[in-house]
Ligand binder design. Structure first.
Ligand code: GDP
Ligand code: IMO
Ligand code: MG
Length: 423
């Protein structure tokens, strides 16, 4: 068997958590391969809502094995809070969740460094989630990181050395902080981690594949936040693209199967950085309010705009997407017309490829399509789709050259329409 990968194609928050949960019954293993608690993946079913940060979204459907892979960065304190909240609501994960010994640990001082670097950047700040993601990956790449497996041997010495190194940097940045309480809770988190299966996940995942078991890899963030190909430097610190699944789980590129690319029927972004189709008018505000576009972890208001096909084509190319999944189409149910960006102009020049640099001189070129003006939230099958909505799907499929296999018409698990396989 091969690993199927589900990835966000925009700037994150596309609805990955919801769809991983929907697809979970088809898989034996669900695995996260990058990112960390900067993610906030929302799932809704049976009138309940859950927001997952580090724990894969496959934990609610049957006894599937969920894996936190080596490419993930894990904060034991936040992990404990997340897992304990789930246990309190009847979802004990200790037998169903395994963590790679090679996943890197987010230390309390990594969080401080994240805040200090952002403060030092002033107006040019990235608008990070403040979870210590960048500094943790920095330590990994500079070969100074601490890994989950380290908690089993000589841990205190390694911790103190890393902390001292971070404190010297914080001092040089004149950043004042107090981590006494945080540190105490963090060490409780370290003890808590020991209750879980700490594994060599690359062996476990590959053995499963050999046995004919199916694996779904759950991306975090989105392609436009990828460290190499996103809108650098306004990106996260990991490879969010499909290639990140190979390094973040230890899976060969030859063992990648389906690549599900997930996108909203419009577009959002949270934090700083370029966003060519951003709307600053009433329409943008309407999308934000109808779509409840506020960060699931930070509560920050998400910037909203029209769908950007230039960026989407770029994402599809980088990931080798085989199937598309369109989310939140219901948010556009009341709109008279829908706009889709099919190109950009920069200094009078037209471009259809995502450029190296995006500045304020970039202007989107839009195509206008009629809205469907129909409440789609209770629809069960594509037979019920209004004509204008079908026209929007056909337009997107022709532009993007990949079939849209699933359409989501509301946040609930049940509000998901799988299209006929021959479309
Ligand atoms: P993720 O990070 O990609 O998992 O996405 P988030 O959970 O951060 O953000 C997606 C938000 O949209 C969540 O609040 C979901 O409950 C919600 N959502 C998901 N799909 C739909 C949909 O089809 N329609 C509507 N209205 N909301 C949706
Ligand atoms: P999910 O998985 C949306 C953004 C931050 C910031 C930039 C860098 O829920 O889609 P970081 O804390 O990673 O150093 O922040 O990336 N960002 C996200 N935006 N969804 C996410 O995750 C994000 N994770 C990080 O807002 O602009
Ligand atoms: Mg999210």
């Amino acid at each position: 068997m091969k690993v199927d990968v589900l990835l966000g194609l925009q700037w994150g928050d596309e609805g990955k958590g919801k769809i991983v949960d929907v697809l979970t019954p088809d898989y034996d293993v669900i695995a996260r391969f990058q990112g960390g608690p900067n993610a906030g993946h929302t799932l809704e079913f049976d009138g309940k809502k859950y927001i997952l940060r580090s724990i894969p979204s496959g934990i609610f459907q049957g006894g599937k094995l969920n894996v936190i892979g080596n490419g993930v960065v894990l904060d034991p304190l936040l992990f404990k809070q997340e897992a304990e909240a789930l246990a309190a609501s009847g979802h004990d994960l200790t037998k169903r969740l395994a963590i790679s010994k090679k996943a890197h640990l987010i230390l309390p001082t990594h969080r401080m460094l994240d805040a200090a670097y952002e403060a030092a950047k002033g107006a040019g700040k990235i608008g990070t989630t403040g979870k210590g993601i960048g500094p943790t990956y920095t330590d990994k790449i500079s070969r100074n990181g601490m890994r989950v497996g380290d908690i089993l041997h000589n841990f205190e010495n390694k911790y103190n050395a890393a902390k001292a190194r971070h404190e010297a940097i914080l001092q040089s940045l004149n950043y004042s902080y107090d981590i006494a309480d945080l540190e105490k809770e963090w060490f409780e988190g370290i003890e808590y981690l020991k209750k879980f299966m700490l594994i060599d996940s690359e062996h476990v995942v590959n053995n499963y594949l050999k046995e004919g078991k199916s694996v779904l890899a759950e991306g975090a963030q989105g392609t436009m936040l990828d460290i190499d190909f996103g809108s650098y430097p306004f990106v996260t610190s990991s490879n969010t693209i499909c290639a990140g699944c190979c390094t973040g789980l230890g899976v060969s590129p030859r063992n990648i199967g389906e690549v599900y690319g997930i996108f909203k029927a419009y577009c959002t972004r949270v934090g700083s950085g370029p966003f060519p189709t951003e709307l600053f008018d009433e329409t943008g505000e309407q999308i934000c309010q109808i779509g409840h576009e506020f960060g699931s972890v930070t509560g920050r208001k998400r910037r909203c705009g029209w769908i950007d096909l230039v960026a989407l084509k770029y994402s599809i190319m980088l990931n080798g997407v085989t199937q598309l999944i369109m989310m939140k189409s219901d948010v556009l149910d009341s709109f008279e017309t829908i706009q889709a960006c099919v190109g950009y102009t920069m200094n009078g020049q037209e471009m259809t490829e995502f450029p190296f640099e995006i500045d304020d001189s970039i202007q989107p070129v839009y195509v206008e399509l009629p809205g469907w003006k129909t409440d789609m939230t209770k629809m069960q099958s594509e037979d019920e789709f209004p004509e204008e909505f079908n026209a929007y799907l056909t337009f997107l499929e022709e532009e993007l050259e990949v079939p849209i296999k699933i359409v989501s018409v509301g946040p609930d698990r049940a509000q998901t329409i799988v299209r006929y396989t021959d479309n």
